[in-house]
Write a protein that binds this ligand. Structure first.
Ligand SMILES: C[S@@+](CC[C@H](N)C(=O)[O-])C[C@H]1O[C@@H](n2cnc3c(N)ncnc32)[C@H](O)[C@@H]1O
Length: 417
């Protein structure tokens, strides 16, 4: 075990590696993003670094924008990269100031138009609504709900700032009225979903709730507007034309979770993706942490002692693999992470720090100490390891493939330049 693994880390068991507290925080609460971490973690990293007025905080896996919003509300410059256009949009909207007058105008308009209803191109498409022709027996949205959404959405006028805010409120409202909910790696139909009877009325109530919350939060202004770019950070970090002082981030975990799949409804509803081909090409831009597409084969297969030990055991147990490409995915993941650590090192200011939040994982009944492996990789490319702070132990459902593993660990690897 690595002596830098700090189980007494001061943030251990303080809830900072999950997004629970964002449900009640101004602006963060405009859309609950289950996979996010807490602004408290970002605040801690900011307080421990000596950031001055001209410095920039970077997050190359910005997700819902917890880093950029937290920094922005404190008046600190920040830059986020995010490959998923819906989550990138979400982070931009949350970090924009709106005037109350414009907001009221647009919110009255969408309430009125949602009340009237409209036609959505997603009606009868795939599993979006009940579709008798294709014999689908489960659907994400009752037609009433999708039509009320479409009434508001089709009349947004997509150009001005307030219409983006209204679009977010609409997507949030329809997702609250979906027959399925996010459950780990997949969308799962809610218990008794056929009898939940979501309809226009329940949609309009959710929309009104969202608009009320947004209105309450508008006075919590963003002090410094962040820059947020939509794209693949494996390309974007290389192009940075400044050095950062603090990077705080949480990449996809090595858990076969595909963000483009779990956020598929939002991607289609908000018009960022319009076909399965577009979705597929977005998938290819994501970090190789899942098996949904046929990635390029990894070229590197040696990431230090912690990796080599566990990788051999997993590769030898083919029968216990949930998918034949898991070994390649594991190597490819660490290859991507190595490239990111190298690129970040090039762009780090003297004395800069990097906070990297990850979870361990399990395949073929082997626990993969992802935090220790990443610390090995980062130090190999020149970062100095300060510590690996344990954030929490996660209880894990035992599975057929890993029957003995019931715990994973979430940690923050803290590195200095
Ligand atoms: C763990 S989440 C980050 C959550 C974030 N800390 C928050 O609080 O919202 C990881 C993010 O990395 C994004 N991602 C995956 N591959 C990427 C890539 N190649 N470039 C940029 N972002 C990527 C995913 O879409 C996801 O939003």
């Amino acid at each position: 075990m690595n002596s830098n693994l700090n189980k007494d880390f001061e943030l251990n068991n303080k809830g900072t590696s999950n997004a629970g507290d964002t449900r009640s925080l101004a602006r963060h609460r405009w859309y609950f993003y289950k996979e996010g971490f807490s602004p408290a973690l970002v605040n801690k990293a900011i307080e421990e670094s000596d950031i001055s007025e001209n410095d920039i905080v970077l997050d190359p896996f910005n997700g819902s924008g917890t880093v950029t919003l937290t920094a922005a509300m404190r008046g600190i410059n920040s830059l986020g990269f995010e490959v998923n256009p819906f989550t990138s949009f979400l982070s931009q909207v949350k970090a924009t100031n709106f005037t109350e007058k414009n907001f009221r105008k647009v919110s009255d308009l969408i309430m009125m138009n949602s009340e009237k209803g409209g036609i959505s191109h997603l009606e009868n498409y795939s599993t979006f609504t009940e579709n008798n022709h294709r014999g689908k027996n489960k659907w994400l949205f009752n037609k009433d709900v999708l039509q009320a959404f479409a009434g508001g959405y089709n009349n947004l006028g997509h150009s001005n700032k307030s219409s983006k805010l209204a679009k977010l409120a609409l997507v949030s409202a329809i997702m609250k009225n979906s027959n399925a909910k996010k459950d780990g790696k997949c969308l799962r139909y809610k218990n008794n979903w056929e009898n939940l009877n979501y309809d226009k009325t329940s949609f309009l109530e959710s929309l009104q709730d969202n608009l009320n919350i947004i209105e309450q939060d508008l006075e919590n202004k963003v002090e410094t507007k962040p820059i947020i770019k939509t794209g693949d950070s494996r390309k974007l970090v290389k192009k940075l034309d400044f050095k950062f002082k603090l990077c705080i981030t949480s990449p996809p975990y090595l858990n076969t979770f595909d963000y483009t799949d779990i956020y598929r409804p939002e991607l289609f509803l908000s018009g960022f993706i319009n076909s399965s081909e577009e979705l597929r090409s977005l998938r290819y831009k994501t970090v190789r942490s899942h098996v949904q597409v046929n990635w390029n084969k990894p070229k590197i297969n040696d990431f230090g002692i912690h990796f080599n030990e566990v990788f051999k055991k997993i590769s030898d147990k083919k029968d216990l693999l949930m998918h034949k490409n898991i070994p390649d995915m594991i190597s490819a993941y660490f290859e991507d992470m190595q490239a990111i650590f190298m690129d970040l090192k090039q762009k780090a200011d003297k004395g800069a720090s990097l906070w990297f939040v990850v979870s361990t994982s399990a395949y073929a009944n082997e626990h993969i100490p992802v935090d220790l492996i990443l610390a090995d990789i980062a130090t190999k490319v020149g970062w100095k390891l300060k510590e690996i702070g344990v954030l929490r132990e996660i209880l894990k459902r035992k599975t057929r493939f890993s029957p003995d593993i019931d715990k994973l660990r979430e940690s923050v690897i803290i590195l200095n330049n």
